[in-house]
Design a protein around this ligand. Structure first.
Ligand SMILES: [Zn+2]
Length: 505
């Protein structure tokens, strides 16, 4: 029979749902937090806030944080407590004839003094706080390390204590999120945290990489499953399951998009009929980016149904959340579907095809950041698609908003063949973008050694292409080193020294 106890003697998980276990864990966490707050308030405020007063305040003011992706509790009562104690000090000072001089009185009303009575732990003492923030910092300090349920305490500019529980930390960890030590928020994995370091904390690339790598290593170093309690493992399984469902929901396509992705023309027509036919019946297609899906999978027949029967725009901008402004042509180019490119650009599909009344998409239509279909075809190594786009009028020399041309896209992909082909067609491989990045920076950052060597030895990229960039003063060698490509970094640094005339040491 189940004993409902695991080896550690802790109440087991048998017979409890994940939701019940989590609710129980939440409840005990909250109680432990209230206890810790009560002790910290009494510790810091002494006679002014102890015993039942501290207990009541801890219970009343502790609240769940409004946003789920960071600290999970807040304690906003320290400022109010400071004001109350200051008012009491002021009242005491005004009736105290011994503090008649004005300076002493103004000090008394601008700050608070808390008294700790003599106890078995030590003599009485007095501490003065000039600001609510100083008081909040001391309460935060008193909280640190006293309770196993608390992982992190911080004080914000409103003097609110921001409390991250170990429960929250475990939950976020199970969902693949990493904490930012600087601000206490959680981010989606290594990339999310690295990006956050660069954007929100202004870290340079190498520092951001180091912080994110450190956080992921710490995550790996946490206790293995068999060393954790049954409850902790059950909760972890629950959170991991929740995260899997969330991702599956995000990946699940609405029916129209799924039909377009599958190239299922009958299903597309069926959906239009089910919605009443006519223009209104096809409204789903634009809402669900059906033309983009059909183009991205190279389904020319589905494209014809959507555009010629459904009246869908052939060059609409993708609508789905998180989209970066790509058109169907971008998707066909990115995935190398020449047939879809020909159709969208209005060319005959084969000798027997009349191509009358076809869409005439602009092959140079770019996303808001200036990314052209050609750049995506080059990036993903689709030589035939790139070739077709150029023949259809795509500008080989187009620059995006950052000043990159197709050479930088090919270089970061590590495709020497593509680089050589572009160069043969007359593309300038020596472009330096607005951040000071040459194709060599791009290749180095993606650890593409073959392209780096080709650019230096065959293409003549020199010192001016190896300069520290304007963004965070990284040379190609620095960028490779930040990604852990030490041998490549050494080689790049050596090239730089040699070209600078220093020779090798
Ligand atoms: Zn942060």
């Amino acid at each position: 029979a189940n004993t409902n106890r695991d080896a550690s003697g802790e109440a087991g998980t048998v017979g409890y749902s994940g939701a019940e276990l989590e609710a129980a864990a939440e409840a005990s966490t909250r109680t432990a937090l209230e206890d810790a707050l009560e002790c910290a308030l009494a510790d810091v405020c002494g006679e002014a806030c102890s015993g039942s007063a501290a207990r009541a305040l801890a219970r009343r003011a502790l609240r769940r944080a409004p946003k789920p992706q960071g600290w999970d509790y807040e304690f906003p009562a320290v400022r109010g407590l400071f004001m109350k104690l200051r008012a009491a000090s002021a009242a005491a000072a005004s009736t105290d004839t011994n503090t008649a001089d004005t300076a002493a009185r103004s000090t008394a009303v601008a700050s608070i003094t808390v008294r700790h009575a003599e106890s078995e732990f030590g003599p009485s003492k007095e501490v003065t706080y000039a600001t609510a923030h100083a008081l909040a910092s001391d309460v935060a300090g008193a909280l640190e390390g006293v309770s196993a349920v608390l992982a992190r305490v911080a004080v914000d500019e409103r003097c609110v204590l921001l409390l991250t529980t170990t429960l929250q930390q475990e939950r976020q960890r199970a969902m693949g999120r990493l904490p930012c030590a600087a601000c206490g928020r959680f981010f989606n994995g290594y990339r999310g945290l690295r990006w956050h370091q660069q954007i929100s904390h202004g870290e340079n690339y190498a520092e951001a990489v180091a912080v994110a790598a450190n956080a992921s290593n710490m995550q790996l170093a946490c206790a293995p499953h068999h060393e954790r309690s049954a409850t902790a493992n059950a909760l972890r399984a629950r959170w991991e399951g929740t995260e899997r469902e969330r991702r599956a929901r995000r990946l699940a396509l609405p029916a129209g998009a799924a039909a377009a992705r599958a190239g299922d023309c009958d299903a597309l027509r069926g959906l239009a009929m089910a919605s009443g036919g006519g223009a209104d019946g096809w409204a789903f297609a634009a809402e669900q980016d059906c033309v983009h899906w059909a183009a991205g999978e190279g389904h020319v027949h589905a494209l014809r149904v959507l555009i010629e029967e459904g009246g869908c725009a052939p060059d609409g901008v993708q609508r789905a959340a998180g989209s970066v402004g790509r058109t169907p042509l971008h998707w066909a180019a990115r995935n190398g579907h020449v047939g879809a490119l020909r159709y969208l650009c209005g060319d005959a599909l084969d000798a027997a095809d009349a191509s009358v009344g076809r869409p005439k998409c602009n092959p140079n239509a770019a996303t808001p950041d200036g990314t052209t279909p050609l750049m995506l075809a080059v990036w993903k190594g689709h030589r035939r698609a790139a070739d077709y786009l150029i023949s259809a009028g795509a500008d080989l020399h187009a620059l995006n908003r950052f000043g990159c041309n197709a050479a930088q896209w090919a270089a970061q992909a590590g495709d020497v063949g593509m680089c050589a082909w572009l160069r043969k067609r007359g593309l300038d491989m020596r472009v330096i973008n607005h951040n000071g990045h040459s194709a060599l920076h791009k290749a180095a950052q993606k650890q593409q050694r073959e392209v780096c060597e080709w650019l230096v030895t065959k293409c003549g990229l020199g010192l001016e292409h190896m300069r520290p960039d304007s963004h965070d003063s990284s040379t190609p060698g620095d960028l490779a080193r930040a990604e852990g490509a030490t041998a490549l970094a050494d080689w790049l640094d050596e090239q730089r020294r040699t070209l600078a005339g220093g020779g090798t040491p």
